[in-house]
Design a protein around this ligand. Structure first.
Ligand code: CA
Length: 229
């Protein structure tokens, strides 16, 4: 069954919150709602959402303060945050990103743009939640069903190998350093040694079997997935 990512909408204007929530649900997301920082904290304490859409201007604690607080907290630090705001100038954008937001959407925004940003953040933080199918050479990956096939043969992959392959497939033919892969596949708030990447690449190659050669080691640079093996 397809997993629907859950979005926590933190917005004090009910009309805007409702508009966002309706659009997200229409596109397969589940939504929860909080009208201020206290309610938002209660929602986060209960269950961690997959993404938080956080309005900057809220009664009580501002979205900026909340983002800083959640980034500093061990439990919530990896939850993707997109800040919503009417403030569009460069300095505010930088302040929002410095506070730990993953992205920044300026009001008024189109729901199409907002959905694209939510999917992009999910793809970076948790590619398996963003949905969609990718093909490279004989490899076929369906993120929604979590299936990977190689020339019609089903492959069994662990969760890290699945995310790694998904990332490679979405960025095929490009060389990625170990540090870059750690950042993109494991998340930049997680501390893992770079050689962990080698371990997962080794496992991934083993799982790929005859297609193992599609993942090339580029000496001194990192790894690349290529259709031209
Ligand atoms: Ca507001």
């Amino acid at each position: 069954m397809k997993y629907s990512p859950e979005v926590l909408v933190v917005e004090d204007e009910p009309a805007i919150a409702e508009l966002i929530a309706v659009n997200l649900r229409h596109h397969g997301f589940r939504t929860r709602y909080a009208g201020d920082g206290i309610a938002a904290q209660r929602e986060l304490d209960a269950v961690l959402p997959d993404v938080v859409l956080l309005d900057w201007m809220l009664p009580g604690q501002s979205g900026l303060l909340l983002a800083r607080k959640w980034r500093a907290d061990e439990r919530t630090k990896a939850v993707p945050i997109i800040i919503l705001t009417a403030r569009g100038d460069e300095a505010d954008r930088v302040t929002g990103l410095d506070a730990g937001a993953d992205d920044y959407v300026v009001k008024p925004f189109s729901t199409k743009e907002l959905l694209a940003r939510v999917r992009a953040v999910l793809r970076r933080r948790a590619p398996e939640l963003a949905g969609g199918e990718v093909h490279v050479g004989a490899l076929h990956l369906d993120a929604a069903t979590h299936r990977v096939r190689c020339a019609e043969r089903d492959l069994k992959l662990g969760p890290s190998e699945f995310r790694l392959l998904h990332y490679f497939m979405e960025h095929a033919e490009r060389v990625h350093s170990r540090a870059h892969l750690l950042d993109k596949v494991w998340g930049d708030h997680v501390f893992i040694e770079e050689r962990t990447v080698d371990v997962h690449v080794k496992r991934l190659r083993a799982a790929l079997g005859t297609a193992a050669g599609m993942i090339e080691t580029v000496r001194g640079a990192g790894y690349r997935l290529t259709a031209r093996q």
